[in-house]
Design a protein around this ligand. Structure first.
Ligand SMILES: Nc1ncnc2c1ncn2[C@@H]1O[C@H](COP(=O)(O)OP(=O)(O)OP(=O)(O)O)[C@@H](O)[C@H]1O
Ligand SMILES: [Mg+2]
Length: 226
């Protein structure tokens, strides 16, 4: 594997949706490259296709045409089961509407993610504790989701997304429901993870204050031609 090659690339990427009998073209002929170990932010007005692009990069959706390459491999053409395995083992996801299991504690949520990823069972406990400490929740591990603030829940979601050491993490508006100070802390944490763990992070944001922390900003406003 060429360590200098981009971890993610698109070539001539197009995504159309059919709505009410009409084709809605969201992404048109998009060519982009996401460098390994970088923090990339996707911006653009509402409806410009940020979530659509994130879903294509994260193998949650398939393009109408064109390629999405992960480590040089065109993932659009893979079978559903290979894409599923790729997502579970080599990717992490943080969504805007926080997707934690409410009845579980912070620790159990992270441990659950490690199990789903097939992480070495003997090392699960240490790793879950380590990532919760890393996001500043070492003292909140035994709290259930509903006993945590919005920012704390978002940090549990980040801990879960990074725990299995995926090379790439996708975050769709991870700060949208946080106050600006907590939002900046979350993105500051992403920066640290990029520096310290060599993670590649791709996130969408509406917030101009976040942009300064990015290595690369891709705007989708011109019909998906950054
Ligand atoms: N499953 C779908 N079927 C039909 N149209 C869709 C579908 N998903 C997205 N779209 C359309 O594609 C366009 C882009 O949607 P997308 O969710 O990617 O925008 P976005 O940039 O993430 O917006 P926001 O900032 O509001 O989250 C929108 O016009 C939307 O209506
Ligand atoms: Mg969106």
């Amino acid at each position: 594997m060429d360590r200098c090659a981009p971890i993610l690339e698109t070539r001539g990427l197009c995504r159309e949706f059919r709505a009410g009998g009409e084709a809605v073209r969201v992404l048109r002929d998009l060519d982009l490259a996401i460098p390994r170990g970088s923090l990339t932010m996707l911006t653009g007005r509402s409806g410009s296709g940020k979530t659509t692009l994130l879903n294509l990069l994260g193998a949650l959706d398939r393009p109408t045409s064109g390629q999405v390459r992960f480590d040089g491999l065109d993932i659009a053409g893979l079978s559903e089961s290979r894409r599923d395995r790729l997502r579970r083992q080599r990717m992490g996801f943080v969504f805007q509407s926080i997707a934690l299991v409410a009845a579980m504690t912070a620790y159990e949520n992270v441990d659950f993610g490690l199990r789903v990823a097939g992480f070495d069972p003997r090392r699960r406990r240490d790793r879950a504790q380590e990532v919760l400490e890393c996001v500043g929740l070492g003292k909140r591990m035994r709290h259930r989701t509903q006993e945590l603030s919005g920012g704390e829940q978002q940090r549990v979601a980040i801990a879960r997304a990074i725990a299995h050491r995926p090379p790439v993490v996708f975050a769709d508006e991870p700060t949208a429901e946080l106050d600006s100070r907590t939002g900046l802390q979350v993105v500051g944490l992403f920066r640290t993870l990029v520096e310290r763990e060599g993670l590649t992070l791709v996130m969408t944001t509406h917030d101009p204050d976040m942009i300064d922390l990015a290595d690369q900003v891709l705007s989708l406003d011109e019909g998906g031609t950054p």
